[in-house]
Design a protein around this ligand. Structure first.
Ligand code: SF4
Length: 344
């Protein structure tokens, strides 16, 4: 039995904003930056918004973004926030991630943030922290990155922006989490903090030795206090996920997903001459064919699950990716070549 899909919407993106450093846990994996003019990107997204409205597909979700970082002009940020509002998404309409930005001095960064606050209505900055000091720098592939992020969060707070902080809990950050919290507490605002594991995707699929165990999860450092896990996640080991969700896995429901429409310099001319129906139909057919090559979730459970594994995963979907990778190792024929990793 293979996988069916249930299309819930579309994610429209263009990789036009390279990161200034490379994180070793990056979800994106391999990166290829393209040169797509922003107004052309916006025009395609606006066409989809109009099409959704005219077709009465109010539940069809649209995500749109320029990737992989926020290293672009304030004019683009303003337009991007306006686009999110037109789409009807609050999330992403007033915040930026600090990861991947070019290094700037404190005063340049103050000017950079202030400009975005005043011209684009920026309200929130978000930082991902893999420990502190040299531990964070090593994970994020840039010497001094922790100090840069820390200073930027402090500046953001001083000019009235809200600060969100994701704290990675992996084996190498556990010993420095207390130092991290102490340092972050020096920032003069109460940040919205949450805990995260490395998501099993992209480069992080190679970091299984960093995953915490059930025992580590049950004895997290006291300094983490009441900080909760990332919304919508659960920290269970592989054996616990199977114990708790076996019936759901065996039910083999179609996979809910958004279609991926990546706009590149190679396809934009063609996309501009296609209707939204044509684009959606083409992507649906291509994605359905790819998923039809995947084994069903119950087959993956039967053949690839490790019921003794006590490492922690934050979602069933991540675990399914893990099983699929094990499946590819066992069956290295056409699948590995044709579909690579799960896309959605
Ligand atoms: S900043 Fe984000 S997208 Fe850029 S390399 Fe790091 S994890 Fe990847």
């Amino acid at each position: 039995m293979t996988r069916a899909i249930d299309v819930q919407g579309i994610r429209i993106f263009a990789k036009t904003a390279p990161c200034a450093h490379s994180c070793r846990y990056c979800l994106v994996g391999q990166k290829k930056i393209v040169d797509v003019a922003f107004p052309r990107f916006v025009a395609i997204v606006e066409r989809f918004i109009e099409w959704r409205s005219e077709s009465g597909l109010s539940n069809f979700s649209i995500l749109a973004g320029v990737e992989d970082s926020y290293e672009f002009s304030v004019e683009i940020l303003k337009a991007l926030f306006e686009l999110q509002s037109k789409i009807g998404r609050n999330e992403g309409s007033d915040g930026i991630k600090l990861g991947g930005l070019k290094w700037r001095s404190e005063s340049d960064m103050r000017t950079w943030l202030t400009e975005r606050r005043d011209m684009a209505n920026l309200k929130i900055v978000h930082a991902s922290l893999a420990g502190c000091g040299s531990t964070h720098d090593r994970w994020n592939g840039r010497e001094g990155d922790f100090e840069f992020l820390f200073q930027t969060m402090r500046t953001a707070a001083e000019i009235g922006l809200r600060v969100h902080q994701r704290l990675f809990v992996v084996r190498s950050t556990l010993p420095v989490l207390a130092d991290l919290i102490d340092k972050l507490d020096e920032i003069p605002v109460k940040a919205l903090r949450y805990l995260s594991t490395f998501v099993y995707q992209g480069l992080a699929t190679r970091l299984e030795e960093e995953r915490i165990t059930e025992a580590m999860r049950d004895q997290l450092p006291a300094c983490l206090g009441e900080i909760s896990m990332r919304a919508g996640t659960q920290w269970l080991s592989e054996r616990e996920w199977i114990g708790e969700y076996k019936d759901k896995i065996d039910a083999d429901k179609p996979r809910k997903l958004r279609l991926d429409l990546e706009i590149t310099d190679a396809n934009i001319d063609q996309l501009e001459h296609m209707s939204c129906e044509e684009i959606v139909a083409g992507l649906t057919s291509k994605t359905a064919k790819t998923y039809a090559m995947f084994p069903s979730r119950s087959k993956l459970l039967k053949e690839c699950a490790d019921r003794s594994n006590r490492l922690i995963y934050a979602s069933l979907r991540e675990l399914e990716h893990k099983w699929f990778d094990r499946y590819l190792i066992k069956n290295p024929s056409h699948l590995a070549k044709d579909v690579g990793h799960f896309a959605a």
